[in-house]
Ligand binder design. Sequence first.
Ligand SMILES: [Zn+2]
Length: 373
Amino acid sequence: MTEIVGGRIIVDDRILAGRIHIEDETIVGVEPDEAEAAGPLLAAGFVDVHVHGWGGYDAMGTSAELDGMARALLRRGVTSFLPTAVTASLPDLAAFSGRVREWLPTAPRDGAQPLGFNIEGPFMSPARRGAHDPAWIRQPAAVDRASLEPLLDGLRLMTVAPETPGAVGLIRWLRGRGVTVSAGHSAAGLDDAQTGYAAGASSTTHLFNAMSGIDHHTPGLAVAALTADDVYVELIADGHHVHPALWPIITRTKPADRLLLVSDALALAGTGVLHGVIGSLEVAVDADRCTLRSTGALAGSLIALDSAVRNLVRSGVALPFAVAAASRNPATLIGAGDRGRLATGQRADIVELSEDLAVQRVMRGGQWLAAGS
Ligand SMILES: [Zn+2]
C-alpha cells in the first residue's frame, strides 16, 4: 500500500509545502513542492504520556474502557498514549498494570496506540498530593522492591517526589529497570530536586502544579526543572492549571525539545458530564474546570492535546514548537523514537489540521482512521 499526502508539513522547526510518501505503516519520503502551499496543515500524530481517561472511559477500568479511551483520543489527533493510573493501593496498581498489559496486544486498530502505561502514585509528598487519595501515598523507603515488581513490565513513566525518604534509591532502581522517572507531586527544595534529577529523573510531572514553585528566596522543584536544560517538563495547557501569563516563562526558558504537552485528562473529558470520580475521590465540573469536591483542588483536565496545541499557539508560540511538544518530545522522552516526526523512516501517524487547528482527519500507521470532532 502506497499513499501520498500533500499539504503544509510541520517539520521540526518549520512548515514545508510538500508531499509525504507512505508505504504501508511507514513514511518513506518527504519532498518539498510549492504546489502544496495551499494544502492542509499536517502534524505528526500527538503522543499523550499522561492521560487518565477520555470520552467517558477510565484508564483504570476494564479492557472495554481502554478500547473506548483509545478511540476517543484518536479522534482528537492522539495516535499514541500511555494509559495513566492515579494513586491507589499497590495491589490495585498491580491489577491496573496487569489489565493494561493483557489489553495491549488487543488494543483497537482504530484507536490511539498504547505504548505501555504511566503510574502517577503512590510516591508523592502528602503536602503536594493534588487530587490523589492520601490514604494510598507511600514513602519509597517503606515499600520493598518486590512489591513493585508486578508493576514493571510495560511501565514507561512513573512520578516520584525526590525529597521523600528513599526516593533517590528508587529513582536509580526504576531507571535501571528501564522506567522513565518524572519528578513531581513534590515539596522539594532546590537541592533535593537537583539530587533527584542527578539520580536519573528526566522529566517533571505537570510543571507548577502540585510542586514547590518559584519563590526567589526558597526555590523549589519548578526552578530546578526550568533551569536544567536536559530536563523535560510537562505542561497542562488548558489555561487553568497554569495561568497563561506564566507560559512564556516556560517556553522561553526550556529548549524546544524539552517541553511536553500532556492532557492529564479525566474520563469526564469530552462528555459534558458534570460529576464523577478520580480514583476514589469525587470531582465536579464547573464550566471547563474540574475540581475535587472535598478540597476544591484542581483534579485533572478536560482537554485533549489538540486543545493544548491550539491554546499554546494562541498564546503566541510558533506552531512547530507547539506541535513538537505534543508529538516529537513525548515520544522521545519514553524512547519511542519511531514516531513523533514527519520524516523518512517514521511511523505514518499524521494529523490533518484546519486553519484554526481543528482536527480534520487522523492517520494511524498509514491508514486514515478518524474524522475530527
Ligand atoms: Zn495525572
